[in-house]
Write a protein that binds this ligand. Structure first.
Ligand code: ADP
Ligand code: MG
Length: 691
């Protein structure tokens, strides 16, 4: 691999070579994530200053940025340190002041000689009932008036960096742009009227009157295409490592399905088929199974694992928490009974002889399915023939980490099950490398959940209602928030709540929270599942995936402290059986604006995707997946909210490009490689198929 092309060297060189950038400003820029001339090139202005050229400022609505010719009348040095040095000037219609804090008299006398005429440019404001211009941006003799730019870019700034520095430095960077071979499809450029990349950069950095939306789009698209190319390269690489074609018989799965008290939904059937195609092909599976809470993802995973078991391979299902792993274990063992496969549970709680024995069964191949936490991927875990890995509810994985999971076996197929509804644009950014199966249909017979917002002042009424429901044999979750800063206080709040409820309800109340040992948690869950406790007080450890169909009420205390996605997940714990369910959002007044918006959104809809859109609108893209650790890329130009359509286009484009030219060797491919280097995706170029 040749490495970064020479034409890019200057752009990745020392930023201090740019005019106006010394060690200090370089440091300030670095803090804002701008380390190279290239970074500066992709830091675009977000506004434009337009200078009106006028004869007089008389009659203008101030403040206003103007260029105007004046006669210098009089210097009025400041007597008091905190006052500006002022210069009285006269334009064609009125007298006004120029003002200078810390003005140096000798310099000002030279620049503004009394009696001379000058064109000055800057912001005219009203101060103390008179017009004044503080620190003019420009001052020139009348014959040089044309030198004052009519419009200027406004850059996003960081401390220690001024507009002037940015403009000067970007002037230099703009001269460093090499003559790039075009990497975009000419027909796309033509359709969209997109300029060449060098022109687009020029237009964005040096806008006339208004920001150039078209040029901006082109650059955003460059960025998005580079990103989608990296995902596609990773995907192609994953697939190129041959998978094993698995002979799918489906007999075991059918036995299990026949024994279920319900029929799979059409969406589940569709997913079975898509997954079986993947299993049967020699390509490696890299699939996202997306379905809102309660859509029945687990069954889809089970069917696939049974197919693999039937063909003699092993599968692993990885859950994010011990509780969820145990629950999957219990549920799947029960469901899979008719098939007679051996399922084992492996979590961090397994130690010593117990763990060794389990590892032995995996290594020998006696156990066909293992369910666990990330403990299943520790180094000492060996498989006889691992072929299939499912990651449940795990959206905090970067693209790379996900691909690395495949390393436990020769050719492991990977499927991620995600209930976190995310807007399409985010999905593409995060899962753009994957094929997607969607469960867009809930099992039949589910009833809508009644969601109500209730002030904590009415706690007694809520408890009374709970008592009535429990009297009818119903079960309930009671969720208390837990935030890090006040973990101890929250914990005691949860404990107190459990005690108080126990007293008020006279029924069995369980408690589960993150500080408990795995065994304690399991025991609390188990007695709730068995119906021995009627109410389970919990911190958010129940958030993900817990499935107790008899639980029909969920009370969420201090609901205003939860995020929208969390609330949706939590509510998804009820409404899993045929009975009518309720969700009570207990809140404390006064309710902040965004908290209110969140709670109202939850009350209005159960549609996870609608909620995701609301979430995006409230929070912005960066936050939703928890940014960095979620592996979500940081874009400098593109904006996931605004550029959703471009993202979609980039993903299709990227896939097509790699299909036609897998090693990026054609002339356009070469140019695209340069784009990847330009965007700092050097690592991915090494993953390109060779030859
Ligand atoms: P999620 O997609 O949230 O992981 P689960 O897989 O936990 O959902 O399924 C939720 C509940 O729905 C479980 O009790 C499961 O047994 C049940 N279920 C799954 N598929 C169906 C179906 N087709 N009809 C009825 N109930 C179903
Ligand atoms: Mg689930």
């Amino acid at each position: 691999m040749a490495g970064r092309p020479e034409i890019l060297f200057p752009l990745f060189g020392d930023i201090q070579r740019l005019s106006g950038i010394g060690p200090k400003s370089a440091q300030a820029l670095a803090k804002a994530g701008i380390a190279t001339p290239r970074d500066l090139l992709f830091t675009l202005p977000h506004g434009v200053i337009n200078r009106q050229s006028v004869e007089t400022i008389k009659g203008l609505t101030l403040p206003e940025i103007v260029s105007v010719e004046v006669e210098i009348l009089e210097h009025r040095p400041n007597r008091i340190k905190t006052r500006p040095y002022r210069i009285l000037v006269r334009d064609a219609g009125i007298d006004f002041h120029l003002g200078f804090f810390h003005g140096r008299a000798d310099y000002l006398a030279k620049t503004y000689p009394v009696g001379a005429r000058r064109v000055i440019s800057g912001k005219i404001e009203v101060y103390d009932h008179t017009a004044q211009m503080m620190h003019p941006d420009f001052v020139v003799t009348p014959d040089k008036r044309a030198d004052i730019p009519a419009s200027e870019p406004v850059y996003p700034l960081t401390q220690g960096i001024t507009q002037r520095i940015m403009r000067k430095a970007t002037d230099d960077v703009l001269h460093m742009i090499p003559d790039f071979a075009e990497w975009q499809d000419p027909s796309v450029l033509k359709d969209r009227n997109w300029p060449k990349v060098s022109q687009a950069l020029e237009k964005c950095h040096r806008p006339e009157k208004v920001l150039d939306k078209v040029a901006f789009d082109r650059l955003a698209y460059d960025e998005l295409l580079a990103h989608q190319l990296t995902l596609s390269i990773a995907r192609a690489r994953h697939r190129a490592q041959k998978g094993q074609a698995i002979q799918v018989k489906g007999t075991l799965a059918q036995q299990v399905l026949d024994a279920l008290p319900f029929k799979p939904t059409d969406a589940q059937r569709r997913s079975f088929a898509e997954i079986r195609d993947d299993l049967a092909s020699t390509k490696r599976m890299n699939r996202l199974l997306q379905g809102d809470v309660g859509s029945g993802k687990t069954l889809v995973g089970l069917v696939a694992m049974l197919d693999v078991a039937e063909a003699g391979g092993q599968s692993v299902l990885m859950a994010p928490t011990g509780i969820l792993a145990r629950q999957h274990f219990t549920g799947l063992t029960h469901m899979a009974k008719p098939a007679g496969v051996e399922i084992i549970l492996l979590t961090g709680a397994d130690t010593g002889a117990k763990r060794r024995e389990k590892l032995e069964r995996l290594k020998s191949g006696d156990a066909q399915i293992v369910i666990g936490t990330h403990a299943v991927f520790s180094d000492d875990v060996e498989f006889q023939d691992l072929r299939f890995a499912i990651i449940d509810e795990q959206h905090r994985f970067g693209v790379r980490q996900r691909l690395e999971l495949g390393k436990k076996g020769d050719a492991v197929d990977v499927m991620v099950m995600s209930a976190t509804p995310i807007p399409r644009s985010l999905e593409l950014a995060h899962y753009g490398d994957m094929d997607v199966s969607i469960l867009d249909e809930k099992p039949a017979g589910r009833q809508p959940i009644d969601t109500a917002m209730v002030s904590i002042g009415k706690l007694d009424a809520v408890v009374a209602r709970l008592r009535a429901a429990i009297g009818e044999g119903k079960q309930a979750y009671w969720v208390c928030p837990l935030v890090e800063e006040s973990e101890k206080a929250d914990l005691s709040a949860a404990t107190d709540r459990a005690v108080a409820l126990q007293a008020a309800l006279g029924a069995g109340v369980g408690l589960v929270h993150g500080r408990m040992s795995q065994d304690e948690k399991d025991a609390a869950m188990a007695s709730f599942v068995a119906g021995q406790t009627s109410v389970l007080v919990a911190t958010t450890v129940i958030e993900v995936g817990v499935d107790v169909p008899n639980a029909t009420i969920i009370v969420i205390e201090q609901a205003e402290r939860f995020g929208l996605a969390q609330l949706h997940q939590l509510r998804g714990r009820v409404g899993r059986g045929a009975d009518k369910s309720a969700c009570v959002l207990l809140y404390k007044n006064p309710l902040g604006k965004t908290a209110q918006r969140r709670l109202e959104a939850i009350r209005e809809t159960e549609d996870g995707f609608k909620l995701a859109e609301v979430d995006l609108a409230i929070r912005g893209a960066g936050d939703i997946l928890g940014t960095a650790q979620a592996g979500l890329p940081k874009f400098r130009i593109a904006d996931l909210e605004r550029d959703m359509a471009l993202m979609q286009m980039a993903r299709d484009d990227a896939r097509l490009i790699l299909e036609r030219d897998p090693s990026l060797e054609s002339p356009r491919g070469q140019a695209l490689k340069t784009l990847l280097y330009l965007m700092g995706a050097d690592d991915y170029i090494g993953l390109l198929k060779v030859g």
